[in-house]
Structure formats: C-alpha cells, structure tokens
Design a protein around this ligand. Sequence first.
Ligand code: APR
Ligand code: PHB
Length: 390
Amino acid sequence: MKTQVVIVGAGPAGTLLSHLLGRAGVSHVVLEQQSRAYVLARIRAGVLEWGSVEILRDAGLAERMDREGQVHDTINIAWRGSEMLSIDSHELLGRRMMAYGQTNIQEDLYEAVDAAGNTIIFEAHDVQISDPARRPSVTFVANGVSERIDCDFVAGCDGSHGVSRTAIPASVRTEFEKDYPFGWLGILSETPPLPHLLYANHQRGFALCSMRNPMLSRYYVQCPLTDTIDDWPDDRFWTELLTRIPADKAALIETGPSIEKSIAPLRSFASEPMRYGSLFLAGDAAHIVPPTGAKGLNLAISDVHYLARAFVDHYQRGDDGYLDSYSEMASRRVWGAMRFSWSLTMLLHRFPDMSDFDQRAQEQELYHLSTSQSAQIAFAEQYVGLPLEV
Ligand code: APR
Ligand code: PHB
C-alpha cells in the first residue's frame, strides 16, 4: 500500500486529523490498535475552549455539539470550606466555553470519517514505524495478516503509550516530567449538574463538580494513588464530595448511582521536538497535562489544527513553512497549557508534605484571585484558551 500520510492512533487527535486531511483531498490511512467500541467507551474530560469549538465548527463537526453542548462562562472556586470566588470569562473577556464530552466528540468524529469514506483500520496490531527521518513506512498486523504502507509522512497520534514518540531516537528527544502524589477519582451520574463548574480546595483534598448535559454530571475528588475503586463505594464518594464543597452548593446536588467510576493519576509530561524528519507528533503522544484546567483534549485539537494546515499547505501549495515551524509553534501552545495546568494543580490540591506555610501561600493566592480583577483576567485568558497562532 502507498498513501500520503499514515496516522497512528484514532483517538480525538488522529480522527480529527483524518477528517481535516480528507476534506482537503490528502490521502491517508489511520491505524488504531483498539476496536472502535473500546475507544468509544473511554470516559474523559469535557470542557472545550472556544478556539476548539471554532475549529470543530469550521470542520463541519459541530451539528450535535451545538445542539447538546452546554455553553458556559463561569468558573467557581471554593476554598477554606465556605469562601467562594467566581470568574466570569464572558464578562471579563467576552469569551465562553462549551461543556461537551470527549466521548461525544469521538462519536461525531467517527461518524464524519465514515460519511467521508476515510479509512480507519481498527485492531491494527504491532504497528512499527521505519525510517521516520527520510522515507517512512509503517508495518502492522490486521486480521492476522502483515501489511506495509509506504508514505510521505507519519502523524503520531497514538497517545502517551504509543510507538510514535519512541520512534524518535532518544538522543534527539528531550523529555520534561512532573508527577503529582495523588489521583482523581471520577464518577458519572445521571443526575442534574450544578449550573457552573465548581473547583474546591478543601482541607480533605480537592473536589470538582462538572457537567456533561442537563441529566449527566461528572464529579471528582482527590484521592491517594494507592486507592482503588473498591475503596470508594458510591456512598463514600458522595459523602466526601459533599463535605469538600460549600454547604449551600452541597445542598443543591442530587446524588444517585454512579454509572462510571475510575481513578486517574495526575502527571505533566512533554517531549520535544514534536517533529523528527517525516514523523510529526500530536496530542497525548507528545504531552500529558493533569486534568485540572481540562486542557488535554484542547491541546490535541490545537496540535491537529496546526498539523493539518501544514500538510495541506505542503500538498496544495508546495509550501513547507508550517511543516517547518510545526514543532516550535505547537510546543509554545503546549507550554502555555502545561504551565497553567501545573499552577492550577498546585493551587487547588492538598499535598501530603504540605506545611502551614505552603497552605497560607495557597490561601493568599486564592484570596488575591478573588479580589483582583487583573488576576481574574489572567486566569480566564488561560482557562478559556490561549490564542492560536496564524
Ligand atoms: N498503534 C495504534 N494505535 C495506538 C497505539 C499503537 N501502538 N498506541 C496507542 N494507540 C491508540 C490508542 O488506542 C488510542 O485510541 O492511539 C489512540 C490515542 O488516543 P488518546 O489517548 O485519546 O490521545 P489523543 O488522540 O492525543 O487525545 C488526547 O485524550 O487522553 C485524552 O486527556 C487526553 O483529552 C485528551 C485526549
Ligand atoms: C470534566 O468535565 O471532566 C472536567 C472538567 C474540568 C476539569 C477537568 C475535567 O478541569
């Protein structure tokens, strides 16, 4: 087989790239190691920056998102039990956000890719990238048969455990990493959410109330990394959540059985460069952010926006300017989100070794954020998403 671009991974990054390349007439094949049902069963974040909303709209992917997504503009942060600060991104910046789950986006993307007749090979095993520096080819096994595709470029969209990043020689790569000493226990519940996102810094640990749709809520509590979901029956989860948020908000929450429950560690990670010869990385393949701030999906979307534009310019105009600047341009945006997610994680969680000094410093930062409009503007600017470079 021969094609212009092989895309490894059909998560949000790989599938959006397929859609954008397909619309521009760039031939490509997507290789995904899991089944479609498996990818669709993964529950992940659900807050879209407005820039992401616009990218999806421009790509013709917004029909259901605009119908079912919840536009919102207020981020509430609770601290010291009962103090509350509220940041209205629309009032401060004229910009809003959209709550729309990654699972829905993935469904919309698969539907669009099917409708356009683009090829995703699911359950493609043992994917290997050869000669990424010059004339790449990709081998894999599907239905027990070994295949090989020669291509001009490989787009590594295969998440943090994929094969693309490590196809770049270690001598060329620089990795930046930070682990946090706790996880997030998350549940989905078919109950009405609070009207606004609520983050809480509480002495028992962080908590977050989020939403998917008018009858689907997403909640999280900080927990030790050694915990398993068996340690957290629903009753314990609800008690802990309601303790960590202010009483007037807790009174508004309707509890119910969880329909999904999982624990995820928090980690910051970035690998540079995001290009090696003919291999380009996008999304979680190149970087991981902790979920505080909901940047992971948005970064996957902005990387792919830059990368699709670069491939399209190469094929349609013979112009490699965007291909050549991809790694630097994408990394600049990645580090904006990397820094913001790290600082929000530091601001809102209880660390096991936290001193009274650390706690006072955290409280002071929250107090400053609650009283300073310029601090709120800086926060909102990063929360709703830093601008895309043209
Ligand atoms: N071969 C083929 N496919 C692979 C391989 C491989 N060796 N390794 C991983 N994959 C697939 C995974 O099965 C997954 O479907 O690549 C896909 C990567 O998808 P994601 O992990 O969702 O990453 P990405 O598309 O970059 O989306 C980032 O997802 O993890 C969240 O918070 C993150 O919201 C962000 C978004
Ligand atoms: C979510 O809705 O899952 C969510 C919202 C905000 C975050 C993280 C996750 O910061």
